[in-house]
Design a protein around this ligand. Structure first.
Ligand SMILES: *Cc1c(COP(=O)(O)O)cnc(C)c1O
Length: 380
């Protein structure tokens, strides 16, 4: 029996297979079919969203969002540098400029104070990331925008089923983008969704997703032929994937509950390491209800991160770091130069460690947390 705890593992049983086989036996393999419709209304009901569109990925949902908002050349979009490349690529794909802001030490979400300093007349949108499913500070971001005509697009890739106050993440900004990649809590392998509460944006998003046509309205019988009405592409997932996603969504409670127990086991067991001053544990703001997507902590000295990760791996624990800040990546330096200074982001990224977190760990969580604690205590 292997004793190695991988970083991530898909949570599945025979239900996913059953759903896929049923979908294969059906007559609709293309997108926007019956399973897609069911999943979209499920997401709306569950999360209190007005419109939800399944997409082939969160990357594509972010691209669609930028197109839907007509963001283009000369425009600026503020986002954290501490994020996945897709957030910035979506902006670049439109010829617009990503402007990187600092994150806060307490919760690794975009720092509204720094956002305020980065707003210019060219700013068209802010893209907060809900890192680890921890809600960004919407009150702070709105204060930073200060009544200007600046959209909020949530990169809620990691935040399906997490909340800001009593509102589901992904439904709070003008547009929200989800990921159902198999590293996320709920998955169909590769998939995503775009959410909005605005009817005009929803209509545009629907055209863009359907190759720039009003085919969706045609399929609903609202018009008698469809035509080219805007720029667009093909961002619709096959109904087979929607069927898989539907089966996963049925498990959302058990996924959340199990993840929560594992997360809490780490938090409890590692309290002592924090009290001894060895590590810094996450600090969840009171307005945030998390979905236990990631368990992360920080070491104080960046020089300790890689050696400690190596010790974890020697002990069979698939620990990992996260995000090389985008402003230091070769492509960012090419388009933005070497002038972007985000020291806090760099320090936070250089000191972060993520631990394995997935539902199948629930029964061995105390043992895993003990092993983690003993690696840390032997190291320091
Ligand atoms: C996973 C992730 C994405 C990309 O999601 P895909 O569905 O793989 O395209 C984008 N942004 C963030 C913050 C992510 O964590």
């Amino acid at each position: 029996m292997s004793d190695i705890i991988p970083f991530n593992r898909i949570f599945k049983d025979s239900e996913e297979k059953k759903a896929m086989v049923e979908a294969l036996d059906g007559e609709c393999w293309h997108g926007d079919g019956p399973a897609s419709k069911r999943v979209e209304s499920y997401l709306c009901n569950w999360l209190g969203a007005r419109y939800a569109f399944l997409t082939t990925s969160c990357t594509h949902a972010l691209e669609m969002a930028m197109m839907t908002l007509d963001i283009g050349e000369g425009d600026e979009v503020i986002m954290p540098s501490f994020t996945f490349v897709s957030t910035a690529n979506a902006v670049r794909m439109r010829g617009a400029r990503p402007v990187f802001a600092e994150i806060r030490s307490s919760d690794l979400t975009i720092d509204p104070v720094d956002v305020a300093t980065k707003i210019t007349p060219a700013t068209r949108a802010v893209i907060p990331i809900h890192y680890a499913g921890i809600s960004a500070d919407f009150d702070g971001i709105r204060r930073a925008i200060d009544g200007r005509d600046v959209f909020i697009v949530e990169d809620a890739a990691q935040a399906v089923g997490a909340y800001w106050k009593d509102r589901a993440l992904g439904t709070i900004g003008d547009i929200g983008c989800f990921s159902f990649h198999d590293t996320k809590n709920i998955t169909c392998g590769e998939g995503g969704a775009l959410l909005t509460g605005d009817q005009t944006l929803a209509e545009k998003a629907e055209w863009i997703r359907e190759k720039g046509t009003n085919r969706s309205a045609f399929l609903r019988g609202e018009i008698d032929k469809y035509t080219w009405v805007s720029q667009g592409s093909s961002y619709i997932p096959s109904d087979l994937l929607a069927a898989l996603l539907e089966a996963q969504l049925q498990k959302k409670e058990i996924i959340l509950e199990s993840r929560k127990k594992v997360w809490e086991a780490y938090m409890d067991r590692l309290g002592e390491s924090r009290d001894k001053g060895w590590i810094i544990l996450p600090d969840i703001p009171s307005y945030a209800r998390i979905n236990y997507h990631i368990f992360h902590f920080h070491v104080k000295d960046a020089a300790d991160r890689d050696p400690l990760i190596a010790r974890f791996r020697e002990a069979g624990i698939g620990a990992s770091f996260h995000y090389v800040p985008l402003h230091n990546a070769p492509y960012a330096r090419k388009i933005l130069g070497n002038q972007v200074q985000l020291p806090r982001t760099e320090h936070l990224a250089d000191t972060l460690i993520r631990l394995p977190l997935y539902p199948d760990l629930v029964d061995i969580r105390h043992d895993v947390a003990d092993r983690v604690y003993s690696v840390i205590s032997r190291y320091f």
